[in-house]
Design a protein around this ligand. Structure first.
Ligand code: IMP
Ligand code: MG
Length: 180
């Protein structure tokens, strides 16, 4: 697994420190409110688990699964719900948790979908963002790290289902996805 990583972009320690900062900021912003965190499966799971423990507010968590890249490294723009929420959204303060915003197509769809269910508020928190790749404009409220246009893996992010358990964010060697 490690031999497929070209270099480490963000260390486990850097991630930990930034997650605690985001948690503190979210804790302050949601004073007196209860949060419903919605994690986008599967990439956001590890980030969400750490972030949730840094937020000192009452919360519930739920998950949505939508189609993403499959085996390719490019968004198709076609988004479909594979698993919907169990929780009711109406009247609640929604915090959407994403692993990475690339083209923005996935999130754009998701935000519209959540807004149609009449939440009290919707905010977006992403661990990573690649602004150079944006195809649609999305307003991000909490952003862990802005990264250049490289395909990255680890801390929840995968290529073809692998590498999610790496504790850092690493740049995948291009030959790994070019041969696929
Ligand atoms: P978007 O719709 O193009 O913004 O795609 C967002 C989704 O694509 C993310 O939730 C990831 O699942 C996936 N993705 C985009 N860039 C990367 C990357 O560099 N590594 C791993 N997954 C990525
Ligand atoms: Mg994803």
């Amino acid at each position: 697994m490690l031999k497929d990583v070209e270099r480490i972009l963000i260390t486990s320690e850097e991630i930990g420190a930034r997650v605690r900062e985001l948690g503190q900021q979210i804790t302050n912003d949601y004073a007196g409110q209860e949060i419903l965190m919605i994690g986008v499966l599967r990439g956001a799971v590890i980030f969400m688990a750490d972030l949730a423990r840094s937020i000192k507010r009452p919360m519930d968590i739920d998950f949505m699964a939508i189609t993403s890249y499959g085996l390719s490294t490019n968004s198709s723009g076609v988004v479909r719900i594979i698993k919907d929420l169990d929780e009711v959204v109406e009247g609640r303060h929604i915090l959407i948790i994403e692993d990475i915003i690339d083209s923005g197509l996935t999130l754009n769809y998701l935000v519209d979908n959540i807004k149609s269910r009449k939440p009290a508020s919707v905010r977006i928190c992403t661990l990573l963002s690649k602004p150079d790749r944006r195809k649609v404009n999305v307003t991000v409220d909490y952003n862990g790290f802005i990264i250049p246009d490289h395909f990255v893996v680890g801390y929840g992010l995968d290529y073809a289902g692998k590498y999610r358990n790496l504790p850092f964010i690493g740049v995948l060697k291009p030959e790994i996805y070019q041969k696929g």
